[in-house]
Design a protein around this ligand. Structure first.
Ligand code: NAD
Length: 252
């Protein structure tokens, strides 16, 4: 038996006996949908780091860079469709085995794959809405992007005059408390924790698998590059999620 096949059998055994699976997904689950991640070798983000929240608030040139970068990324996100890995997680929900998906992604592809919306926790927000950086009020991203495209600089919230941007979390911005609390609850309650396409380098998401391990849940990691939690995981599969997850669900 090949090493990969052996790992697939081991992972399928664990999945088969779990009824409360929680998946933590990162940018890597969406690369096969055409959206680049942050930390794969060759990523443009490594040479051109994303704008931080501090700079967005304090520097006009950072806000300009933010909207320029968003222009390129948003067309990739708008065109993207769920891939086989997103669909396999939705199949796990249909089988009644999935407690929830905690995602670091803002692309909305888990929703498009057919999950019940209440099963998805978006830790880093969504690019499908706009939000005020001061009062948090949500508004239409299409309308906001339209204003930027027409040349408006620094659009402001009509309620509190805060800067507007997509409702995603920038580096240095706090993860919403309610989402984080629910994510911790899921990590505590699950009977199997599955990491898909995350480098596990971004906090606080990276703490969630550790929380699950503390509560004796088995850990499966499907990620192309090694992660710091590989030595603690029950099964590590360093293959494409779109290849591995559908096979695993088929084996159940
Ligand atoms: P990351 O970029 O740090 O890590 C992605 C990991 O996925 C890498 O270790 C890579 O080896 C792996 N990977 C890439 N393609 C894969 C595939 N097909 N199958 C399996 N593994 C694959 O991503 P992160 O851990 O999510 O943290 C980065 C931050 O970037 C997050 O905050 C996230 O919100 C944000 N982000 C999101 C998107 C999105 O919404 N699609 C895209 C880019 C960045």
């Amino acid at each position: 038996m090949t090493d990969l096949l052996e790992k697939l059998y081991d992972a399928a055994d664990l999945l088969r006996s779990a009824q409360q699976i929680v998946a933590l997904t990162g940018a890597g689950i969406s690369t096969e949908s055409g959206i680049p991640d942050f930390r794969s070798p060759g990523s443009i983000w490594l040479s051109q780091p994303p704008v931080s929240f501090h700079d967005f608030i304090n520097k006009p040139e950072a806000r300009q860079q933010y909207w320029q970068t968003r222009h390129g990324l948003s067309s990739q996100v708008v065109r993207a469709r769920p891939n086989a890995a997103h669909r396999a997680l939705a199949d796990l929900e249909l089988r009644g085995q999935l407690l929830g998906v905690i995602t670091q992604n803002f692309d909305g592809l888990h929703q498009d794959a057919g999950h019940q919306p209440e099963r998805i926790i978006e830790l880093h927000g969504t690019s499908r809405a706009a939000a005020c950086t001061l009062c948090g009020a949500r508004s239409s991203i299409t309308e906001l992007q339209g204003r930027i495209d027409k040349g408006e600089i620094d659009p402001r919230c009509p309620e509190c005059n805060g800067f507007l941007k997509a409702a995603t979390i920038l580096f240095g911005q706090h993860v919403p408390e309610a989402e984080l609390a629910r994510a911790k609850e899921l990590a505590t309650d699950c009977d199997l924790f599955l990491v898909v396409g995350s480098s596990l380098k971004v906090m606080p998401a990276a703490l969630l698998p550790r929380l699950a391990l503390k509560h004796i849940a088995p850990l499966i990691i499907i990620n192309l590059q090694p992660t710091s939690l590989d030595p603690l995981a029950d099964v590590v599969i360093a293959e494409k999620a779109g290849l591995v997850l559908p096979q695993l669900v088929e084996m159940l």
